[in-house]
Design a protein around this ligand. Structure first.
Ligand code: SDX
Length: 427
C-alpha cells in the first residue's frame, strides 16, 4: 500500500507523502501542493497544521505526556535543576558536571547589563506592566550587544545564547525592583543560577540575603515546568521572527509580547485575579462556572482548557501537588488554593467542561505558588517568560541551524474584486 495521502478534486487525483514522527505521529507533507494542484490549505489558528519538524519537545495531548529531548517532565522536575534542563533543551543532551560548570561560568561572565539600560528602564512609569517593560528591554539589549545580532555560526550563536541567559534574569529583577522602588541589584556569582535570580529579585537593602531552600527548590521546579512546550503561540512567534534572521534578542522580544496575552502566558495572572474575584464574591464558584458556560458572557474559566491537552496538563498535576507542599513548608494558609481546588472539582464533574475536555492547565495553580513565594501578581507572566526562555532559545537555534525558510503563510482573499479609482470630488 502506498505511503502517500491522496487528494481527489475536480476529477483529478493528487498524492502527497506522509511523514511519521518518532512517536508515530503522521503528517501529510504538502510542500508541493500549490504547484501541483493550484490550491492551498487554510487552518485558522493552525489547529491541524504542523509548522516544522522538531527534536526538542514531545507532547501527547490525549495521554497528557510531556517530554524534553525524550526525558519525562516528571523526572526532570524531580531530578534535574533548571540550568541543566536549559542546557538539555538547547544542546540536546543532559550536561556532565564539566559541561554544566563551563556553561554556568560562561553565563556568569556575561551577567553585566550596560548601565545605560537603566535610563531606558527609568523612562517607564511605575504603572507599566512588567511584560511590556521586558519586551522593550530585551529588544533594547540588541543595541548594547551588536555582535549577538547577525549570528550564523554555532560559536556566535552560543555566545548570544549565553548573553541572554545571563542578562535576562537581571532585567527581570530590575523590572520588579523598579516597581517596588528598590535599588537595582546585580546578584552574586557565588550562587546557583536560580538562587541568584531569587536574590536579585528579593534581596532587601541593608538586610543579609537569607537562603530559603523551599523557595529556591519551588522556583527551580516551576521554571523547569515552563521551559518548553513545542509550537505554542509564543514559540511559534520566536521561530517566525527568527526565520527572517532578525536575530535572537529581537525574536525573544517578540515571543515575550506573544506570551503576554491572557489566552497564553498571561493566563496565570488572569487566574489569580479570577480566584480573588470569586473569593471577594463570597467564594461563589457556581456563579463563575455558569458565566464560563454562558456563550453570551465573554468570561472564560482562566487556567482551564488547552489547544493540545485534552486530558490533564501533566504540569498542572505537578504544580498542584507542589502548591500543597510549598504552602505547607512556608506555613502559608491561602484560601485561594481551596477555591481553586473547589473550582477544579466542580468543572471535572460538569458536562460542559467534560464534553469539551477542558482540564486545568499549567497556569491554573502556578500563581498560587508564585504568590506564596512573594512574587507580585503582575510578575507571574514574567516568571513564565523566565522559565520559557531556554525553550524559545532551543527552538530558535534549531530553526536557524536547520536553515528553515522564512515563514510566509498564504491566504484566501475575500475582499473586493478589481475596481476603478473614484476621484475625491466624485465620492
Ligand atoms: C498556555 O499552546 C500551549 O502549549 C500553551 C501553553 C504553553 O506552555 O506554552 O500550554 C501555555 O497558554 C496555557 C493556556 C492558558 N490559557 C488559558 O487558561 C485561557 C483560558 N483557556 C482558553 O481560552 C482556551 O482553552 C485556550 C485558548 C487555552 C485554547 O483555546 P482553543 O484550543 O482555541 O479552544 P476553543 O477556544 O476553540 O474552545 C473550544 C470550546 C469552545 O466552546 P464551543 O464553541 O465548542 O461551545 O471550549 C470552550 C470554548 O468556548 N472553552 C472554554 C474554555 N476554554 C475553551 N470555555 C470556558 N472556559 C475556558 N477556559
Amino acid at each position: 500500500m502506498s505511503n502517500n495521502a491522496r487528494l481527489e478534486y475536480a476529477g483529478k487525483s493528487y498524492e502527497f507523502p506522509v511523514k511519521k514522527g518518532t512517536e508515530n505521529e503522521l503528517a501529510i507533507d504538502i510542500k508541493t501542493m500549490r504547484s501541483a494542484t493550484g490550491m492551498i490549505t487554510i487552518d485558522p489558528g493552525y489547529k491541524n497544521t504542523g509548522s516544522c519538524e522538531s527534536a526538542i519537545t514531545f507532547l501527547d495531548g490525549e495521554k497528557g505526556i510531556l517530554r524534553y529531548r525524550g526525558y519525562s517532565i516528571e523526572e526532570l522536575a524531580e531530578k534535574a535543576d533548571f540550568l541543566e534542563v536549559a542546557y538539555l533543551l538547547i544542546f540536546g543532551e543532559l550536561p556532565n558536571q564539566e559541561e554544566l560548570d563551563k556553561f554556568h561560568n560562561d553565563i556568569k561572565g556575561e551577567s553585566h547589563v550596560d548601565e545605560e539600560m537603566k535610563k531606558i528602564l527609568d523612562g517607564f512609569p511605575k504603572s507599566a506592566h512588567p511584560m511590556g517593560v521586558l519586551t522593550s528591554l530585551t529588544s533594547a539589549l540588541i543595541a548594547f550587544n551588536p555582535s549577538s545580532v547577525n549570528v550564523t555560526s554555532e560559536k556566535d550563536m552560543y555566545w548570544a545564547i549565553v548573553r541572554i541567559l545571563a542578562k535576562f534574569p537581571v532585567l527581570v529583577s530590575w523590572t520588579l525592583r523598579k516597581k517596588k522602588g528598590l535599588p537595582l541589584d546585580y546578584g552574586d556569582d557565588t550562587l546557583g543560577y536560580v538562587e541568584n535570580i531569587h536574590k536579585m529579585m528579593f534581596k532587601r537593602p541593608n538586610h543579609k540575603y537569607e537562603k530559603n531552600k523551599v523557595v529556591i527548590d519551588a522556583l527551580d521546579k516551576l521554571l523547569i515546568l515552563h521551559a518548553d512546550h513545542e509550537q505554542n503561540c509564543s514559540t511559534s512567534t520566536v521561530r517566525m521572527v527568527g526565520s527572517s534572521h532578525a536575530g535572537l534578542f529581537a525574536s525573544l522580544s517578540a515571543g515575550i509580547a506573544a506570551l503576554w496575552g491572557p489566552l497564553h502566558g498571561g493566563a496565570n495572572q488572569a487566574v489569580l485575579e479570577m480566584l480573588e474575584a470569586i473569593e471577594a464574591d463570597g467564594g461563589d464558584t457556581k456563579k463563575y462556572m455558569n458565566k464560563a458556560k454562558d456563550k453570551e458572557d465573554p468570561f472564560r474559566l482562566m487556567g482551564f482548557g488547552h489547544r493540545v491537552y485534552k486530558n490533564f496538563d501533566p504540569r498542572a498535576k505537578i504544580i498542584k501537588k507542589a502548591a500543597d507542599e510549598v504552602l505547607g513548608d512556608l506555613g502559608v494558609e491561602d484560601p485561594i488554593l481551596e477555591i481553586a481546588k473547589g473550582l477544579e472539582k466542580e468543572a471535572l464533574n460538569d458536562e460542559y467542561f467534560v464534553d469539551r475536555k477542558l482540564y486545568p492547565n499549567v497556569d491554573f495553580y502556578s500563581g498560587i505558588i508564585y504568590r506564596a513565594l512573594g512574587i507580585p501578581t503582575e510578575m507571574f507572566t514574567v516568571m513564565f517568560a523566565l522559565g520559557r526562555l531556554p525553550g524559545w532559545i532551543a527552538q530558535w537555534r534549531e530553526m536557524r541551524l536547520r536553515n528553515e525558510p522564512i515563514g510566509r503563510p498564504r491566504q484566501v482573499y475575500i475582499g473586493h474584486p478589481s475596481r476603478e479609482f473614484v476621484a475625491l470630488d466624485k465620492r
